[in-house]
Design a protein around this ligand. Structure first.
Ligand code: B1M
Length: 609
């Protein structure tokens, strides 16, 4: 099937969708004409097709096929004619809504021939198309992947018109300086924001990642933006935003700040970032919210209300990076974790550094929910819908396969890992070189202040007959060269490819962590049963667990430094930033325990966000 020819779900008239769904899901007909030949079979048909008798299903099937045939016998010609007959402005908006470029330039030229200046074409029908895209996205009718295709069509239209514009012409609704804060390598979310703002008429100056406050201040003085957008992935970055906001305030900057990121919340924005800035700070949970806020800020009719609503009074500045555990732990080992288990042997204690040769194998460990759902925006059970040949799922799958095909030529997945002899003492985990007395490194983990009093060190068994237990450490990355390639695709207007590639790399890193963890279990002597499904792996139905610094059981990100000392991941091209994040972004680090009692738990609040 040529997926480019597929019609967008949102643009299929609802009665046609209903006709198709009636057939696909074998819905009992709502009304059966009195003289219908199979009428008797169509009465009292159960709603669930699984409960329908074979003859009933066949009758329902025939009924809906007849209805569809009847509808399209006349509608096909009419629909085709309708698209071409649309007034030119609506047709132009439609290219954007549909995310298609077929015929776009010809129609842009028609509009110019009418004497409409290029700028008015952008601000008129094209922008109306983008506004409709935003509306459809907010109404859950379009997914991120489709919004990116619409942005691609917009970019193509604007690029074509630019040659006819005067230098002084500007279609801009406002200017935004955008940056990921100091110490943070988060790129993908910020880039999505850039694409959405840019193709909705904003001038965006993207300063990139790891941007210190002084560079933001310089950029402000140079570009005079209407707002500054700050992005960050981790809690640490949310805290860095507080510091950045305070520095911007000290530099006399007053324009509204827009902030976003996975670990950020409206509450943290209001109670920590806004007071330290003293002016408006708006939390944008996603790129479309960022766009809405910018539109409201640039509209004189709404600006004041938005500014007022997002400005904190008083000076609430105060950052804590320390753990706030509610109670002092009463135990030095959780009673929930057994100690009377044999210590499994490990195959080798050598450090392993590998370029993982089989990309496709690692990609098969990618969780579709994350890649197609969280990153590309598909709503619902992607795998199930793909199996049912749902057109949206099929189109997204095929488009990602294209991205994979290209990525297969350059993506490099690398891993470094090692088993270490380990001893626990209370909340401390000592790691040793083979047989050594002196620990190479000691991690100190927080313990739960209540409930099961769990602490990660509990998962290490006490030494038996002089033999120590083991813990595996690893860092994996799929990020080599991804930022540059993503940036190039973005600048060339291939937004789907740019975002898809970054998403693929990020989830390939996570997939590699899953893949390596499986290998580590094998080396420990408990391979997964051959029938284990990926779904079971994604819900960790195996022995032991892996924990990453920054996660709720070991939230202290500074511990990444210990991991760096032991594993030297620089050798696979991963650097630790001053914010203890891994550069490149598509990287994952973890500690792996084999204990069968392992569970995911939280030690409490790692600094409120
Ligand atoms: Co990880 N991660 N991760 N992660 N990850 C979180 C953030 C975490 C909350 C998970 C958890 O604990 N349950 C946790 C942070 C907790 C903390 O800070 N203490 C966490 C951790 C700890 C980590 C690592 C440190 C773990 C480790 O390996 N030790 C590690 C760090 C990576 C590094 O250093 N390079 C890591 C790694 C990763 C992956 C690379 C595997 C992967 C990709 C990360 C990414 O997206 N860049 C990943 C993922 C996928 C997540 C979760 C599951 C999802 C993040 C996401 O949605 N990304 C996340 C948990 C969660 O949120 N439930 C988690 C998609 C992206 C498009 O959205 O970046 O939010 P986002 O951008 C949005 C909005 O925020 C907004 O618009 C964007 C587009 O819609 N926005 C703005 C952003 N900036 C804006 C600016 C604006 C306006 C809007 O200005 C105008």
């Amino acid at each position: 099937m040529n997926t480019e020819k597929l019609e967008r779900f949102a643009s299929i008239p609802s009665h046609e969708r209903e006709l198709a769904e009636n057939l696909l899901f074998s819905h009992p007909p709502k009304e059966v004409p009195g003289d219908y030949s199979n009428g008797a079979l169509l009465r009292n048909v159960p709603a669930d097709w699984r409960e329908q008798a074979k003859e009933q299903r066949a009758a329902v099937n025939q009924f809906h096929i007849a209805a569809i045939t009847e509808h399209f016998r006349t509608a096909k010609e009419k629909d085709k004619a309708r698209a071409a007959d649309l007034p030119l402005d609506e047709r132009l908006a439609n290219y954007i809504i549909e995310g298609t470029r077929d015929g776009l330039v010809v129609d842009l030229e028609r509009k110019r021939a009418e004497g409409t200046p290029p700028l008015d074409i952008v601000n008129g029908p094209l922008m109306a198309g983008m506004a409709e895209v935003g509306r459809l996205f907010n109404a859950n009718e379009l997914i991120v992947a489709e919004v990116l295709q619409s942005a691609e069509a917009m970019k193509a239209a604007v690029s074509h018109l630019e040659q006819f514009m005067e230098k002084a012409d500007t279609a801009k609704r406002g200017k935004v300086v955008l940056a990921t804060v100091k110490g943070d390598v988060h790129d993908i979310g910020k880039n999505l924001v850039e694409i959405i703002l840019k193709n909705n008429g904003y001038d965006v100056v993207n300063l990139g990642i790891k941007v210190p406050p002084e560079d933001l201040i310089k950029a402000y003085q140079e570009h005079h933006p209407d707002a500054i957008g700050l992005s960050g992935l981790l809690v640490k970055s949310a805290q860095q935003m507080v510091i950045t906001a305070s520095d911007l305030k000290d530099a006399g900057i007053k324009v509204p700040l827009l902030v976003g990121g996975a670990a950020l919340s409206a509450k943290f924005t209001q109670t920590k970032i806004a007071p330290s800035y003293g002016k408006a700070v708006c939390y944008a949970k996603d790129a479309m919210t960022g766009l809405r806020l910018m539109n409201e800020l640039m509209d004189p009719a709404t600006r004041e209300t938005v500014v007022q609503a997002h400005t904190a009074s008083g000076n609430g500045f105060g950052v804590t990076t320390t753990m706030s555990v509610t109670e002092i732990p009463k135990v030095s080992r959780s009673p929930r974790v057994r100690t009377d288990l044999p210590i499994p042997r490990v195959a080798t204690l050598e450090r392993k550094v590998r370029l993982v040769p089989d990309l496709r194998e690692v990609w098969s460990y990618i969780n579709p929910f994350m890649l197609y759902g969280r990153h590309m925006g598909f709503r619902g059970d992607f795998e199930k819908r793909l199996e049912e040949r749902d057109p949206k799922a099929v189109e997204l799958f095929e488009s990602m396969e294209e991205v994979k095909k290209e990525a297969a030529d350059f993506m490099k997945i690398r891993a470094v890992w090692q088993f270490f002899e380990a001893e626990a003492a209370g909340e401390s985990l000592h790691l040793f070189a083979p047989g050594a007395e002196q620990a190479l490194h000691t991690f100190r983990f927080p313990r739960q202040g209540q409930g099961d009093y769990l602490c990660l060190s509990d998962y290490v068994l006490p030494a038996q007959k002089g033999q120590r237990d083991h813990v595996a450490l690893f860092v994996v990355t799929a990020g080599e060269g991804i930022r540059d390639r993503g940036e190039k695709a973005k600048n060339d207007g291939y937004y789907f490819k740019s975002h898809g590639l970054q998403a693929l790399a990020i989830e390939a890193a996570e997939g590699c962590a899953e893949w390596l963890h499986r290998r580590i279990r094998e080396d420990w002597g408990f391979p997964d049963p051959p029938k284990m499904t990926m779904g079971q792996r994604f819900t960790s139905r195996y022995r032991g667990k892996r924990y990453s610094f920054g996660y709720p059981a070991c939230p202290n990100l500074e511990d990444q430094a210990g991991l760096w000392k032991l594993l030297k991941p620089e050798e696979i091209g991963v650097q630790l930033t001053e914010g203890f994040m891994m550069d490149p972004e598509a990287s994952v680090s973890a500690l792996v325990f084999h204990h069968p009692d392992c569970t995911y738990f939280s030690v409490g609040d790692a600094g409120e966000n």
